[in-house]
Design a protein around this ligand. Structure first.
Ligand code: FES
Length: 70
Protein backbone atom coordinates (compact mmCIF):
# COMPACT_ATOMS: atom_id res chain seq x y z
CA UNK A 1 0.00 0.00 0.00
CA UNK A 2 1.04 3.62 -0.25
CA UNK A 3 1.97 3.63 3.47
CA UNK A 4 4.45 0.77 2.97
CA UNK A 5 2.31 -1.88 4.69
CA UNK A 6 1.41 -5.18 3.04
CA UNK A 7 -1.99 -6.76 2.38
CA UNK A 8 -3.30 -10.13 1.25
CA UNK A 9 -6.71 -10.56 -0.35
CA UNK A 10 -9.20 -13.29 -1.05
CA UNK A 11 -8.34 -15.09 -4.29
CA UNK A 12 -11.94 -15.05 -5.51
CA UNK A 13 -13.81 -11.91 -6.51
CA UNK A 14 -16.99 -11.12 -4.53
CA UNK A 15 -18.78 -10.11 -7.75
CA UNK A 16 -19.11 -13.40 -9.62
CA UNK A 17 -16.22 -15.47 -8.40
CA UNK A 18 -13.63 -14.24 -10.88
CA UNK A 19 -9.92 -15.00 -10.38
CA UNK A 20 -8.99 -11.71 -8.73
CA UNK A 21 -5.65 -13.19 -7.67
CA UNK A 22 -4.72 -12.84 -11.37
CA UNK A 23 -5.82 -9.19 -11.45
CA UNK A 24 -3.64 -6.19 -12.06
CA UNK A 25 -2.93 -3.92 -9.10
CA UNK A 26 -1.14 -0.80 -7.94
CA UNK A 27 -0.38 0.37 -4.39
CA UNK A 28 -3.99 1.15 -3.64
CA UNK A 29 -6.26 -1.01 -5.77
CA UNK A 30 -6.71 -4.37 -7.49
CA UNK A 31 -8.76 -4.90 -10.67
CA UNK A 32 -10.58 -8.16 -11.29
CA UNK A 33 -9.72 -9.54 -14.74
CA UNK A 34 -13.23 -10.89 -15.37
CA UNK A 35 -15.39 -7.72 -15.39
CA UNK A 36 -12.77 -5.10 -14.40
CA UNK A 37 -14.35 -3.98 -11.14
CA UNK A 38 -11.81 -2.28 -8.86
CA UNK A 39 -11.36 -2.95 -5.14
CA UNK A 40 -9.45 -0.89 -2.55
CA UNK A 41 -6.67 -2.49 -0.49
CA UNK A 42 -7.53 -0.13 2.38
CA UNK A 43 -10.94 -1.66 3.19
CA UNK A 44 -11.73 -4.15 0.39
CA UNK A 45 -14.59 -2.03 -0.88
CA UNK A 46 -15.42 -1.82 -4.56
CA UNK A 47 -15.27 1.54 -6.31
CA UNK A 48 -18.67 0.73 -7.87
CA UNK A 49 -21.76 0.46 -5.69
CA UNK A 50 -23.60 -2.80 -5.08
CA UNK A 51 -20.71 -5.18 -5.85
CA UNK A 52 -19.69 -6.10 -2.32
CA UNK A 53 -16.30 -6.17 -0.65
CA UNK A 54 -13.16 -8.19 -1.13
CA UNK A 55 -11.58 -9.76 1.94
CA UNK A 56 -8.36 -7.82 2.73
CA UNK A 57 -5.92 -8.95 5.42
CA UNK A 58 -2.99 -7.24 7.10
CA UNK A 59 0.39 -8.91 6.64
CA UNK A 60 3.56 -8.62 8.70
CA UNK A 61 7.02 -9.66 7.61
CA UNK A 62 8.76 -10.89 10.77
CA UNK A 63 12.34 -11.37 9.65
CA UNK A 64 11.26 -13.32 6.58
CA UNK A 65 8.36 -15.13 8.22
CA UNK A 66 5.09 -13.90 6.71
CA UNK A 67 2.17 -13.55 9.15
CA UNK A 68 -1.36 -12.99 7.80
CA UNK A 69 -3.88 -11.50 10.25
CA UNK A 70 -7.25 -13.17 9.60
S1 FES B 1 -16.08 -11.55 -11.21
FE1 FES B 1 -14.71 -10.00 -10.60
S2 FES B 1 -15.51 -8.22 -11.47
FE2 FES B 1 -16.93 -9.76 -12.01
Amino acid sequence: MTDGTLRATDAVCPHRGGPIADGQFDLGHIVCPLHQYTFRFSDGGCTAEGIGSLGVYRIEDRAGEIVVWL
